[in-house]
Ligand binder design. Structure first.
Ligand code: SIN
Length: 295
């Protein structure tokens, strides 16, 4: 799907300006702090499935207002392994202080949120409270376009495969976050991070019927009934393919930017290029369903 080549469909209560060929759209006409009419919510949901990422600029939101906005799209889902914001069990604060010179930043490798869960979240809503004057962008890649661009032969192979997802590389006892003290984040690695969850390698979008290459660098660790070593060559190829520039969307944040993305059809990455500046983001995730494949 190329968002830029199609005339924008009419939406009730807002306008959209597509951002990239891979998706992303700036939404105008919505104050996320206020209740939103049901037909507008229905059209925002449709726009989200079409564009993968919706961006609302210049929003003034309290944590409660951000949660209320996200709840228009479904119940909120708490994030395991990370202590939530005080008083807001469904919200986490992503913080990096100006004096933290870390090789790693939170979310700094390509992933989709919480795919190690039996029912990974359908969407994530991220709000910029403080953003660097330059740097700290987020990138997404469109996993529907990535699937469509594969050869029919490889598509057929992948449609028959199951992938095991696990949080172990991040939140297991030997995971990335065990070594690296992201001191402004409250991350707790544990044995629970070692659990595995099976998902189809190609999932069907429940709202559009589009096929999605459902893998990511961080949590998709191996194919079912294969070792990680055996799986790595094909998974590495699929991840490098997914991150081709033409499948990517890039968002430059500024204070008050609210982003809502479709976690089913995208991977994302927080760019680590803002040493010397503070960045503070509030994140809530929206419950999803069990991924399925429909031919
Ligand atoms: C995340 O992976 O949810 C964080 C994204 C970001 O901070 O830009």
């Amino acid at each position: 799907m190329s968002a830029v080549l199609k005339p924008a469909p009419a939406y009730r209560g807002f306008d959209v300006a597509p951002l990239c060929g891979a998706g992303g759209a700036e939404v105008t006409g919505i104050d996320a702090a206020r209740p939103i009419a049901p037909e507008t919510v229905a059209d925002l949901r449709r726009a989200l499935a079409e564009h993968c990422l919706l961006i609302l600029r210049d929003q003034e939101l309290t944590p409660d207002q951000q949660k209320a906005f996200a709840r228009h799209f479904g119940p909120l889902s708490a994030t395991p392994f990370i202590k939530p914001l005080d008083g807001h069990p469904e919200m986490m604060r992503i913080v990096r202080e100006a004096d933290e010179k870390k090789k790693l930043n939170f979310g700094g490798r390509w992933h989709s949120d919480l795919t190690f869960a039996a029912e990974p979240v359908m969407g994530t809503c991220l709000y910029a409270r403080e953003s660097p004057p330059v740097g700290g962008d987020t990138l997404w890649c469109n996993q529907m376009q990535a699937f469509d661009a594969l050869s029919p032969g490889l598509q057929r192979v992948l449609e028959g495969l199951t992938v095991m997802h696990s949080a172990k590389r991040s939140y297991g006892p030997q995971g990335t976050y065990a070594d690296d003290d992201l001191k402004s984040m409250r991350i707790e690695v544990s044995e629970a991070g070692l659990a595995e969850q099976a998902h189809p390698c190609v999932r069907t979008h429940p709202e559009t019927g589009r096929k999605i290459l459902f893998i990511n660098w961080v949590y998709a660790i191996r194919f079912a009934d294969m070792t990680e070593e055996e799986s790595a060559p094909l998974l590495d190829f699929l991840n490098r393919h997914s991150q081709r520039p033409e499948f990517q969307i890039r968002l430059r944040w500024r204070r008050g930017t609210l982003a809502l993305w479709d976690n089913r059809s995208t991977q994302h990455l927080a760019v680590n290029d803002y040493a010397g500046y503070r960045r503070v983001m509030d994140r809530v995730t929206i419950a999803g369903d069990k991924p399925f494949y429909r031919p």
